[in-house]
Design a protein around this ligand. Structure first.
Ligand SMILES: [Zn+2]
Ligand SMILES: [Zn+2]
Length: 132
């Protein structure tokens, strides 16, 4: 699969049962539908907290960010924002294939979701993303 951000072929890394597509060139991350929920499930065991987090995503009509295409269906993805104070802006397939996060955005998103930074998944992501 090619990176929606820069076009480079992405590699697949695995965390627990979750397959993460990762771009070695730009550090972007593609998560298929449901994978973000899986990443969160280990830490946000309270399903209410997870629902609350996911419900707080909202679409942004106009941004300065470049439009990207879904690597699965090649349709232009929507821009979705999470959070108000330190918003994370990312791409989401309109057909719900998944989301694309620029380097650092996955960690920012997980932190905003209330995940503690000493969670194993964080340690893993840090090692992975600092490796290049
Ligand atoms: Zn890339
Ligand atoms: Zn798609």
């Amino acid at each position: 699969m090619n990176c929606p951000g820069c076009g480079e072929v992405m590699i697949i890394v695995e965390w627990a049962e979750v397959e993460i597509d990762y771009c070695l060139r730009c550090g972007g991350v593609w998560l298929d539908a449901g994978e973000l929920e899986l990443l969160l499930a280990g830490s946000l065991t309270d399903s209410k907290a997870r629902e609350h987090f996911l419900a707080a995503f909202h679409h942004v009509a106009k941004t300065g960010e470049k439009k990207r295409k879904c690597p699965r269906c090649h349709k232009v993805m929507a821009k979705v924002q999470y959070g108000q104070e330190l918003p994370v802006l990312f791409d989401k397939c309109v057909k719900e294939h998944g989301i694309f996060l620029d380097q650092g955005e996955l960690a920012a998103l997980l932190t905003s979701a209330g995940m503690r930074t000493d969670e194993p998944v964080f340690t893993y992501l840090k090692t992975l993303f600092q490796g290049n």
